[in-house]
Write a new protein. Sequence first.
Lengths: 225, 219
Amino acid sequence: MRKISSLQISVFMIMYAIILILGIGTAWLLLGQLDLGDFRAIILIVASVVFCFSFAILIYRIFQFYFPLQQGEIEIDSRQEFIYHVYILFFVLIFYPVMRSGVPLFPVMRLVYLGLGAKLGDNTYCGGIIHDPLMFEAGENCLIGQSALIIPHVIENGRLAHYKIKIGNNVTIGANAVVMAGVTIEDNALVAIGAVIQKNTHIAEGEVWGGLPAKCIKRPSTDDI
Amino acid sequence: MRKITLLQSGLFLVLLSLIISLGISINYLLLGSLPLGDFRGVTLVITGLIICFMVALVIFRLFVNIMPLDEGEIKPQSKKEFIYHIYLLFYLLIFYPIMRAGVVPLPLMRVVYLALGAKLGENTYSSGIVLDPAFVEVGKNTLIGQYALIVPHAIENEKLSHHKVKIGDHVTIGAHAVVMAGVTIGDNALVATGAIVTKGTVIAAGEVWAGVPAKCIRT
């Protein structure tokens, strides 16, 4: 875990203040004058939270547009590290609490992940956590199981890097499984419950991988293809 | 899982009512007379919950100060078991819901763990769960990954014991990993994703451990 500098924290805090002003201001302008009776306070607070979260996604995307976090290793004290630390503060303080809580409904979570930059095909849902949505692409009809983790980052003591994870169509990632950085999974493959797919593994079409570390335990027979 | 007796539950409920009455009173004294308008109800409820949680931390610390839970085995019907059951009720009913929720941002969770008695060095954070914080010591710049568990207790059918877990500086504990009771991990070591480090294991500085049960795969 590298130390986040006070300059990095300040840059984030300025954006955080803008998010709060925009979010609360919007809620006030849209709903502040309505006659909501006893429910005024609770409605305004809930609306402010929803607007703040939406503006947080917007500001985060604008930040990413101008200062994109790229794939690859992040050297100490580099410009990429600066960007990463501001990026991680967005996640740690705003997005992770929502992603980790398990409270939002799957279709809502799908929208949040799309908002955060994940590429998800039609009818693909996640019951686990996609840690760096920008670095994740999944095809159609995929399901990521309960408490499964998609981890496109590599944090190994001093080392820090990001590598994209790409998943095809009709893939199932079992509950509690972990898919690590740089993994590609082709169509119709299955990652068994609890499997840990190590960095840069390539899973071919229709294969079933299980275990820790995960190995291919079943290949599609010729009739299946 | 041993049975918690009525007397133990009763004593805990007395402490809980003390926490709630103290928390709500402090809340009223501090904020009750502020002109909050329409927002009075919702503000007082939210601050009331936060203050009750803080009072619970104080009462819990007072309780473990007067009746400390030591390392080692806990025999059935012993005085230590009595203390443990009260301790456990604090966790089950007040602290675990927060620790397990995942809603609380990491820097705030760090403060909660420190308040519960964990020793955490500077810039050390946990995205997993530290189950018995008072039995955990971690150095600086260490990261505990998503859904990882630090489990300083051993609950094996009727057997029940606690052993400290000590983790050094610059350590990474991967996501979904489990570190069990009595484990010591040296500086710069790495516990891989999904690894289960069994009881009493000593991981030397700089080693990488992986698998179930975890083995040293690199020194």
